[in-house]
Design a protein around this ligand. Structure first.
Ligand SMILES: C[S@@+](CC[C@H](N)C(=O)[O-])C[C@H]1O[C@@H](n2cnc3c(N)ncnc32)[C@H](O)[C@@H]1O
Length: 189
């Protein structure tokens, strides 16, 4: 994931206030948050409590961080409107019930708050998308449930968000896994 770090810069800079990061992983986004972040809840089913590098990243952050070892599609234990910003980076591909997770992320985001994301997903070019469909079953088994053919923008909108900006571009690497969606969304009415 480290080669993706330059792509985190602009995305994470959009976060402010009370932040929920879904798919916190090993905390690779932490050093990109700006001074307007007050607190962060990092949610991920992965248990990293004993990983020294993660604890060091958490310890160096200039704001309090709470780790919750939970799956985002199981119902989030937070009040409606609790967060100013929800963040995901390279995570929507792996959440089994991604539609449910997005509806929960919308519920806990305050009105006027922002959902910021950078994700990989389905290609616009039909030929590449067909390859993604062919390869996805094997890829999913080999790569911890990752899906390479999800239409991220459609999923976000169906989850009850309105896209304020969306960049589509190709990152480095094989075409089937390099189709990027970077965006900012708000709760739809
Ligand atoms: C490719 S990693 C990305 C990690 C991190 N966001 C980053 O940018 O480095 C995908 C992350 O999604 C997490 N994940 C998978 N299923 C999830 C779920 N149901 N709810 C929340 N996070 C999940 C994984 O544990 C993993 O940490």
């Amino acid at each position: 994931m480290r080669q993706m770090n330059p792509l985190r810069v602009d995305t994470i800079a959009e976060a402010e206030g009370e932040v929920l990061e879904v798919g916190f992983g090993t905390g690779l986004n932490l050093s990109y948050y700006g001074p307007s972040v007050k607190t962060l809840v990092g949610l991920d089913p992965l248990d990293v409590a004993n990983v020294a590098s993660v604890q060091s990243r958490i310890g160096s952050a200039p704001f309090p961080i709470e780790r919750r070892a939970l799956s985002a599609d199981g119902g989030l234990p937070f009040d409606a409107g609790r967060f100013d910003t929800v963040v995901t980076t390279w995570t929507l591909c792996s959440i089994p019930e991604v539609d449910r997770a997005l509806r929960e992320m919308r519920r806990v985001l305050r009105h006027g708050g922002r959902y910021v994301f950078i994700e990989h997903g389905r290609a616009e070019a039909e030929g590449t998308a067909r390859w993604q469909d062919r390869v996805n079953p094997l890829w999913n088994r080999l790569c911890d449930g990752c899906n390479i053919n999800r239409k991220i923008d459609q999923l976000v909108e169906e989850g009850g968000f309105e896209l304020r900006s969306l960049d589509r571009f190709r990152a480095r690497g094989p075409g089937i896994v390099a189709q990027m969606y970077r965006g900012v969304a708000t709760r739809s009415a």
